[in-house]
Design a protein around this ligand. Structure first.
Ligand code: MUC
Ligand code: MG
Length: 371
């Protein structure tokens, strides 16, 4: 089994409603698909998602594609994908950073290997611990009343009872009011968390987290800019409410530094941020070793990317904060023939072979740039 080709597709998928984050409002989400094919024509597929071009982070869709095509693909063609960890180590010696690009390439090799063995991909990561995991929904319509309606409907359908509120855009005091109104409306039936996406400075964060903690918020994600680990340490020290590292936590080395300096006391895992499935398990091990709570994060992947995260997360013992693998529910369209299932406030972990998702080539062609 040797890799013959690597193809990368950039896909723009419309969302069911605008999704407002501190730095960008998503109406069309850009995902990147990678296909690796071996010499016998067997295929492995994978996905990573990006948010708002370069507004969320450095890994833009265009850079991911060009860096795979130019630098990573030539390093993996001719190799046996069974050795995906060794191959990714060799890639890391030649390609710095580019975690999203590395992640999508590694997962495609994992899918290929698992499919050829006719097993779910989680078998390659030590086996499944969870058959399903709790799944949060992000309230981010940009309108408090709409968010409350969405939350109530979601509770009624037994879809979600953890809600993450995207705040950080506009006046911070209004952000706090917005959160408190939502807690008043549904806080007795649901756990409410917030994600500030780096938008506050330390003084603002200190004032606002005080009020959020008082109001019953159960976790505050990345209140400060990714560079401000010292500020994150002071907030972690000061408040009882858990402070979660997201944008500040990329590499395995970041996870160690955050743990050492307690620049947060919980981690948002994301396979794309950490540069792949293998690296993500290492980050999870640092959390386990230091006693930090974990969140099964998302970059809002569609069905395939969500299946990849779900399968990997199913091999990790404990998610204190559950997961936020709601991505497929935010999209109008699906690029796989089958769908991710949600039941009783949980995401059902898809089975294999591979990640268990069948690509809909017609949809891929329809939504791909330049195809
Ligand atoms: C993030 O910052 O965590 C996750 C959920 C969501 O709505 O946006 C993402 C990104
Ligand atoms: Mg976040």
């Amino acid at each position: 089994m040797k890799i013959r080709s690597v193809d990368v597709y950039i896909i723009d998928l419309p969302t069911i409603r605008p999704h407002q984050l501190a730095m960008h409002t998503i109406v069309e989400q850009t995902i990147i698909l990678a296909r690796v094919m071996d010499e016998e024509g067997a295929e492995g597929w994978s996905e990573v998602a990006t948010i708002g071009g370069a507004s969320y982070g450095e890994g833009t869709p265009e850079a991911i594609k060009v860096n795979i095509d130019t630098y990573i693909a030539p390093l993996i063609i001719g190799k046996n994908p069974v050795h995906y960890d060794k191959i990714m180590h060799e890639v890391s010696l030649n390609v710095r950073g580019n975690n999203f690009a590395k992640a999508v390439v590694e997962s495609a090799m994992v899918d290929l290997v698992a499919r050829r063995r006719n097993i779910p991909a989680y078998e390659l990561f030590g086996g499944q611990i969870h058959k399903s995991l709790p799944v949060a929904w992000t309230l981010a319509s940009g309108d408090t009343n709409k968010d409350i309606e969405e939350a109530k409907e979601s509770l009624h359908q037994k879809r979600h009872n953890i809600f993450k509120l995207k705040i950080g855009k506009g006046n911070p005091y209004k952000n706090v009011e917005h959160v408190l109104k939502i807690i008043e409306a549904v806080g007795d039936q649901a756990r409410i968390t917030v994600d500030v996406n780096q938008a506050w400075d330390e003084t603002t964060a200190t004032y606002c987290i005080e009020a959020l903690q008082e109001g019953g918020v159960s976790m505050v994600e990345q209140p400060l800019p990714a560079w401000d680990n010292e500020g994150m340490s002071r907030l972690t020290d000061r408040f009882k409410v858990p402070i979660m590292a997201d944008e500040s936590l990329n590499s395995l080395q970041d996870s160690f530094q955050i743990a050492k300096h307690r620049a947060g006391n919980s981690f948002a895992l994301k396979i794309c941020k950490h540069g792949g499935m293998t690296q993500t398990k290492k980050v999870a091990a640092i959390a386990e070793g230091v006693g930090f709570g974990l969140y099964g994060g998302t970059m809002i992947e569609s069905s395939l990317g969500t299946a990849i995260c779900a399968q990997l997360y199913s091999t990790i013992p404990k998610f204190e904060f559950g997961t936020e693998l709601f991505g497929p529910l935010l999209f109008k369209e699906n690029i796989t023939l089958n769908e991710i299932k949600y039941e009783n406030f949980e995401i059902i972990i898809p089975d294999g072979p591979g990640f268990g998702m069948e690509i809909d080539m017609e949809k891929v062609k329809h939504f791909s740039r330049g195809l």
